[in-house]
Design a protein around this ligand. Structure first.
Ligand SMILES: Nc1ncnc2c1ncn2[C@@H]1O[C@H](COP(=O)(O)OP(=O)(O)OP(=O)(O)O)[C@@H](O)[C@H]1O
Ligand SMILES: [Mg+2]
Length: 272
């Protein structure tokens, strides 16, 4: 459904004017209905990969396609939920969720009615008149997800959407997200730093390596749901992924939280 074919992405560093290679030769083929979790060290190009899928960026080489057609810009079949807060603080929860529909020309009453259904689904119907500032971080992220889902994207891209929540909040949101995924034929691409989260959620886990960013390893996760992190086979998988991530970190000689500098490139055409 969504494919990365030999995708490389270079940026121009504004200060030095040098070309910087963020991704090299990424091949990734995503089937309809998959829940892909992407893990990898900071700076390995995870957000860049999502931005390419969303059509916010274009590959420098290779192709990103949705059902065989090149993703040439933001696309109604693909929705993105960002890590940072992206709600409009001056609008109510309901109008935040209805915003995209209104923007697409839908009459106010219909847009609000659909937004209400979506708020019902994420269990926030009683907060429709509230402003985002009065909600908890987890609730705000649910509104952000509702705002994207109301546009009915087939592919949902989530860039560490729960990174700012505490562990309890994150676990709660993971379960909510699973309900949405299990509820109907959507394809999810989810970035996380957390291996346990990836195992609870993913039908496939993709580990990225660095310098420049590339797909290092993949695991298909066929464990029964709801996932029990302490089952023997789950523990084995956790250890295996953890070891591979350590290898990636050792290869680039960095700790998990450091931001890596992409390597310089010389001969790649840069299409920005
Ligand atoms: N617009 C840009 N201009 C220049 N360099 C960029 C741009 N976007 C990303 N990069 C560089 O590309 C590399 C990959 O960045 P990216 O944000 O995709 O990493 P990431 O894996 O999402 O990291 P994190 O886990 O910290 O979010 C980084 O070295 C970053 O500095
Ligand atoms: Mg990122």
């Amino acid at each position: 459904m969504l494919r990365f074919d030999n995708v490389s992405k270079a940026f121009v560093d504004e200060e030095s004017g040098r070309g910087l290679l963020a991704l090299r030769n990424v091949d990734l083929s995503i089937e309809e209905g998959e829940f892909i979790c992407i893990i990898g060290p900071s700076g390995c190009g995870k957000s860049t990969l999502l931005n390419l899928a969303a059509g916010f960026e274009r590959p420098s080489r290779g192709r990103v396609t949705l059902d065989g057609k090149e993703v040439a810009g933001p696309h109604p079949r693909i929705g993105m939920v960002f890590q940072e807060q992206s709600l409009f603080p001056w609008l109510s929860v309901l109008d935040n969720v209805a915003f995209g529909l209104r923007n697409a020309g839908m009459p106010r009453a219909e847009a609000r009615s659909r937004a209400r259904d979506m708020l019902e689904m994420v269990d926030l119907a009683r907060f429709e008149r509230t402003r985002p500032s009065a909600l908890s971080g987890g609730m705000r992220q649910k509104v952000a997800i509702a705002r994207t889902l109301v546009l009915e994207p087939e592919v949902l891209l989530l860039d560490e959407p729960f990174g700012a929540l505490d562990e309890q909040g994150r676990k709660h949101m993971d379960l909510e997200l699973l309900k949405l995924w299990e509820g109907g034929g959507r394809t999810f691409l989810f970035i996380t730093h957390n291996i346990e989260e990836a195992i609870v959620l993913g039908s496939r886990i993709v580990l990225m390596g660095t310098n420049p960013g590339h797909v290092k390893r993949e695991w298909r996760v066929d464990l029964p749901r709801p996932r029990d992190l302490f089952r023997e086979d789950t523990v084995r998988l956790r250890k295996e992924i953890s070891r591979s991530l350590q290898d990636v970190l050792a290869e680039c000689g960095c700790k998990r939280t450091e931001l890596l500098a992409p390597i310089e490139i010389k001969d790649m055409e840069i299409r920005t």
